[in-house]
Ligand binder design. Structure first.
Ligand code: GDP
Ligand code: IMO
Ligand code: MG
Length: 436
């Protein structure tokens, strides 16, 4: 019996979830996204060829794998078509193996506009969103006025009424705005037609897949510290990126999740606003950014960089019940004279070792670091633990101790093959047999 596992972000996103999902996919029959939208940018390199997935699960590059977009995802039809077309140009066809939940909510063209407007209104307090309309689409969902994929294919009169009402509410929100609802309605009908072959009851499909003894990988987007409930609110995204989002975002029971792999970089990055206690500036930040190519996969924005924060990963491990860490980008630290691990924050309320809810505590917080010697022998491309220099192994061991979870995967480069799977780890068990 195969185990269904979750692969999700343990920091602030861009940990390398795409690479890890792609690397593990041969052991699963299905890969399913449960939340977020095309704010995600998951990069996968195969034989030097770069693929960036936004909405479609990162398992799509393996022929024969079913890829599912769950009801918890907000779908911008235009972004989805663009991605499908781009994959087609690169020789990857999705037909017959891409499924989109009939219950997924649709991002409407004016949600993007509302996103930008809301950021402008916040001014200095802006979130630094990806401007993809994610927040406004989830607002409409929770406000019970959203439009779902099945609505595009159902009763036209009912859809016309919803679109008319929504557009008129939007016109009231934007000064002097007189958007006409009819073109929006017509466009949605056309989008529905193109999406039709992919639309499915994904909860049922997943149930049937699992009942047949086949295994599923649940792919998270964003990350635990960007989770709407558990992240650095309000500097978060608008969905549950942590493990809880899987059940609601796909219609699967908690018992379906047999393992949780939290992806964490060997340092920390964040794009957008909000606290980043270990943030570095100057030469060292620049060094990490350039070596790690830390520029947003969706927006191209430079990512803020800092040392590994064990308070954050330990918190993520607790929230998600992480069985193992997939530690990525170890190679980016190659050649540094020393490396650091943050184990607490000195705050106005004393030293804090559990991630706080009140962000004001973090404003002037000073990280408490453990400093260790770096390594000069490169880890880049290593595929076995024994190939790693002793100092890198010591760094990983200490990182595991202070994070409270062991590394099941260590990634030493962006290619599929530049990966170490720790023998006797849960990951070794999950990947014991290939499905195809
Ligand atoms: P995701 O959103 O979590 O999938 O991560 P992104 O794709 O946004 O960012 C991670 C970046 O790091 C991508 O460009 C990956 O190709 C790259 N990457 C992943 N793992 C490694 C690694 O171990 N070493 C290096 N150097 N790059 C990696
Ligand atoms: P992946 O899946 C990193 C950040 C944005 C912003 C905040 C809210 O590639 O790891 P939103 O557009 O979601 O309303 O923006 O969340 N953000 C991400 N940061 N990686 C991502 O996705 C992100 N998706 C959203 O920068 O701070
Ligand atoms: Mg990304």
């Amino acid at each position: 019996m195969q185990t269904n596992i979750a692969v999700l972000g343990a920091q602030w996103g861009d940990e390398g979830k795409g690479k890890i999902v792609d690397m593990l996919t041969p052991h699963f029959s299905t890969v399913a996204r449960y939340q977020g939208g095309h704010n995600a940018g998951h990069t996968v390199y195969v034989d030097g060829k770069k693929f960036v997935l936004h909405l479609i699960p990162s398992g799509i590059l393996h022929p024969g794998v079913t890829c599912i977009i769950g009801n918890g995802v907000v779908v911008d039809p235009e972004a989805l078509f663009k991605e499908v077309d781009e994959l087609g140009r690169l020789g990857v066809t999705v037909d017959g193996r891409l499924l989109v939940s009939e219950k997924a909510h649709v991002i409407l063209p004016y949600h993007r506009e509302l996103d930008v407007l809301s950021e402008a209104r916040r001014g200095e307090r802006k979130i630094g969103t990806t401007s993809r309309g994610i927040g406004p689409a989830y607002e409409d969902k929770i406000g019970r006025r959203g439009i779902r994929v099945c609505d595009l294919l159902g009763d036209r009169e009912a859809l016309a009424t919803e679109v008319r009402e929504n557009v008129s509410a939007r016109n009231r929100m934007i000064k002097d705005s007189t958007l006409d609802w009819q073109p929006v309605f017509q466009q949605l009908l056309a989008h529905g037609e193109r999406m039709k072959p992919w639309v499915a009851d994904v909860s049922l499909v997943l149930h049937q897949t699992m009942s047949a003894g086949k295994s599923v990988m649940f792919e998270g987007a964003q990350a635990t510290l960007l989770d709407i409930d558990h992240g650095t609110y309000p500097f978060v995204t608008s969905s549950n990126a942590s493990v809880g989002g899987i059940c609601t975002g796909l219609g699967v029971p908690p018992k379906a999740i047999g393992g949780v792999l939290g992806v964490a970089k060997a340092y920390t990055t964040r794009v957008g606003e909000g606290p980043l206690p270990t943030e570095l500036s100057g030469e060292l930040a620049e060094r990490l950014r350039e070596t790690g190519q830390e520029y947003g996969a969706s927006t191209g924005r430079p990512r803020r960089c800092g040392w590994y924060d064990a308070v954050v990963v330990r918190y993520s491990a607790r929230i998600n019940g992480m069985d193992a860490i997939a530690l990525t980008k170890l190679d980016v630290l190659d050649g540094l004279p020393e490396v650091r691990l943050c184990v607490g924050y000195k705050t106005s309320a004393g030293v804090v070792t559990e991630f706080p809810a009140d962000l004001r505590l973090l404003v002037d917080a000073e990280p408490v670091y453990e400093t260790m010697p770096g390594w000069s022998t490169p880890t880049k491309g290593a595929t076995r633990i024994e190939e790693l220099p002793a100092q890198a192994r010591r760094y990983i061991t200490r990182l595991e101790e202070v994070s409270g979870v062991s590394c099941g995967v260590i990634s030493t480069g962006s290619d599929r093959n530049e990966t170490i799977v720790a023998p006797e780890s849960p990951v070794a068990r999950w990947t014991a047999s290939p499905v195809r």
